[in-house]
Design a protein around this ligand. Sequence first.
Ligand SMILES: NC(=O)c1ccc[n+]([C@@H]2O[C@H](COP(=O)([O-])OP(=O)(O)OC[C@H]3O[C@@H](n4cnc5c(N)ncnc54)[C@H](OP(=O)(O)O)[C@@H]3O)[C@@H](O)[C@H]2O)c1
Length: 319
Amino acid sequence: MRYLSPGTATRISRIGLGAWQFGSREWGYGQGYAGQEAHAIVRRAIELGVTLFDTAEIYGFGRSERILGAAIGEDRDSVFLATKIFPVLPVAPVVEQRAVASANRLGTSRLDLYQVHQPNPVVRDGTIMRGMRALQRVGLVGEVGVSNYSLDRWRAAEEALGARVLSNQVRYSLVDRSPERDLLPFAESTGHLVIAYSPLAQGLLSGRYDRDHRPANRLRAANPLFLPENLDRAGDLREVANAHAATPAQIALAWVIRRPAVVAIPGASSVGQLESNVAAADIDLTEDEEAALHAAAVRFRPVSGPAVVPRLLRSRLAR
Ligand SMILES: NC(=O)c1ccc[n+]([C@@H]2O[C@H](COP(=O)([O-])OP(=O)(O)OC[C@H]3O[C@@H](n4cnc5c(N)ncnc54)[C@H](OP(=O)(O)O)[C@@H]3O)[C@@H](O)[C@H]2O)c1
């Protein structure tokens, strides 16, 4: 495992574990997964040196936090635990109360990273950051983070907090390189972090799916990336892996964390996937491989926009 230590007491593994899948109906992994496999995934992740674990109050309406906290158990002090508040009513007293509720579900007295899940379109960040400041003062929150923020809004949040907002958690993968425009250069030059979510594009980049083998769950049935045409078009992106003796998922993850200020939090549906994802932290891509991936990423033009709606409907009916 490789780590970053941006002035935090616990170092942060370059490959973490995303826990949206734990107890969330939209992934459709069922009771056996929530009750046993999720626990085994977390235990194996800790054994392999993963320290970064990401969840949110909204995942499974608190179930993800409960499952994750129980599985971490006595290893609490060796991990960097991150959760998120969904900023519906982001006034300070509500923020404080919601942080306490998350900490209780996680079975901890400290949230290492407390993130604003997405920018509130109406309320500016001054109000939420007042709550965050109070939480930091009493030691319930270590670092403050944001998610799905533009660079301007990330900076404004930092100004409102009056201290660093360590990280911005955003979608970043071979099929969505938009953080490269300004978030990555900012993070790299200022000691901030970008936490890459959906680094496998929810499994599109895993090599497991093609037009004849599409994922069944309703989350991905509604994701245009999993339309047959787009699965065909993503074929190129999986090719480099064959030359590297790694899996497509590992190459996709190695590509995401090649940038120095990025850590990735892939989700996993099995212990085997987790082990494979952790191993990606040690892969160094060659310049040729990076160039080949870049070229394939530029060539990848998924069907998108209004054109996807009738296609999604057709493909749902065809199942
Ligand atoms: N802040 C936000 O707004 C936001 C949004 C989305 C996600 N997130 C966070 O980011 C985390 C990860 O994102 P994500 O879950 O959307 O997508 P992801 O990590 O790109 O994809 C996860 C899925 O890919 C498949 N997979 C994982 N490892 C694999 C491997 N080694 N080989 C083959 N398939 C593999 C699994 O699905 P199958 O086995 O079923 O194919 C798994 O459930 C979440 O858990 C959550 O913590 C945050």
